[in-house]
Design a binder for this molecule. Sequence first.
Ligand code: CUK
Ligand code: CUA
Length: 643
Amino acid sequence: MTTLQSKKWVFAMAAAALVSASMGCKPTTPDAASVGDAAERVYVKPGTHDEFYNIVSGGFNGQMSVVGLPSGRVLRILPVFSAHPENGYGFSEESKPMLNTSHGYVPWDDLHHISLSQTKGEHDGRWAFGNANNTPRIARVDLKSFETVEILEIPNSSGNHSSPFITENTEYVVASTRFSVPLGGDAERDVPINTFKENFKGTVSFIKVDDEGHMSIAFQLVTPGMSFDLARAGKGKSHGWFFFSTYNSEQAYTLLEVNASQRDKDFIMAVNWKKAEEYIAAGKGKMTKAKYAHNVMDHNSHIATSTMMEEVLQLDPVELKDIIYFIPCPKSPHGTDVDPTGEYIVGSGKLAALIPVFSFTKLMKAIEAQDFEGEYAGIPVVRYESALHGEVKKPGLGPLHTEFDGRGNAYTSMFVSSEVVKWSIETLEVLDRAPTYYSVGHLSVPGGPTAKPHGKYLVAYNKITKDRYLPTGPELTQSAQLYDISGDKMQLLLDFPTIGEPHYAEAIPAALVEPNSIKFYKLEDNTHPYAAKGEGQARVERKGKEVHVYMTSIRSHFSPDNIEGVKLGDEVYFHVTNLEQDWDVPHGFAIKGANTAEILIMPGATQTLKWVPDRVGVVAFYCTDFCSALHQEMQGYIRVSPA
Ligand code: CUK
Ligand code: CUA
């Protein structure tokens, strides 16, 4: 099977991919079991900490999770794009605006990829970025507080899969569209679907990140109507360039599984973003109308504000000839990855029988010499051989994603043959292969996408679980596997379940994050307009139909805890300030009949729960977080009288 390279074979592979996805393709490699002392190597003694934080995408749960490595222990679910009843994210009045979009409040999404901020090509421990696939958005999480502090909607995009990939000094994160769509105003967007070739366009957004982390769309490139899948920034010698995998160069709009797999090659798109910056500076951009939300959480009040943006700057790379170039890449590339030196660009055609590795130096020479095989939709296509460093032959079936260990080795996930394949970047020889259980998607080596990978471990995030855990009905846990990659041979150490479906993840040494972690918010810095910074300020104020309760919480009581004077038809706002100034003492607040979640208030912060009473009577409220021996006493009553 491996010697055939005909079209027929490719379709056989596509079929194999389907079968493997539906049946769970069992690897048959003999040394499938873990090594003997695996338990010792993943054991983190009680009371001691893991070596790495692994920030993992949650897929269709819309969240990130924080996992310790090597233990695989889940440390936290970190709400990003989905409302989270556990702590009131998306339910409290303060956090609701974080989930605002041009479509209104959208409290769910599908988060696939994580990018950690970098300085000089290395992790700096400041922020984690994540993408919303469905209603296109990029979020920024502050790694001091592990809170989502900013969400930017991406206009002119649909299926924000190819994001958020980051440049080596966090100058930009990019977001590109999976589904090409008609752009413009209502008249331009209301077109027959079969006018795809004329009317549908892709976009790539370059989102500027300033020193404080704040995001803004610097410019959008409008591209031919194709699909973008993944991307990586250049680094070192290729700094200033960005590489995107594209598929559906067929520009199919129906039955894509067949129609978008016809051409032998799709493309890797190379973008010279330094050049694009020059064109922007020279006034070549065009401001166009676009409606998108930009949501920012204030540091001190913890109140999110949503601003509706009106326009975006666009560049036309077909007109401006030298911003983008296509490199042919076999069979529907999924991942594209850049090695730590920035010289090698790895394409992973998910239906391809080999892995092409391109050389940045050769690409530059080819562009300089205009060594093109032609054009695609008005954009120059570099000759495959001219940009090629070489091919990894017979790597396995269904290559998806590649990570690096900083010692000259690359690790590629093979979805169809369910394995991780280690190969040498220099010689392109396959050095080792290890089975995964089952059908691996992304991989993560700590620091793997940076200029200085930390190596040591590799985590495989698998798409299929099957028999690996105790069954829990038709739906099984999602799963990851930890390998030791410090020696010549990869060694399986641990299976661990994950929260949601993991796509990409990054791991960062704990030492870069742990020392900066906030323990509590200082009460004196709290600028929330409804904060009560001591029990003396606790009170109830009426403004027409609105009743504002300035409430405090401290072990183990609320003030006020008996509230009267509320009438049917009122809207009651419980503004609860947590007066504690100590680590790990949140208080919760929940009230009977509220059609919302609880709120969970961090020490020193204020959160607001809105409640509209629906009947006359006395209603109880209580603290939901077991905060002290007298937690069960932490409660109160509110009396609602007829209007
Ligand atoms: S991915 Cu989104 S389909 Cu290979 Cu990055 Cu999992
Ligand atoms: Cu406060 Cu329980």
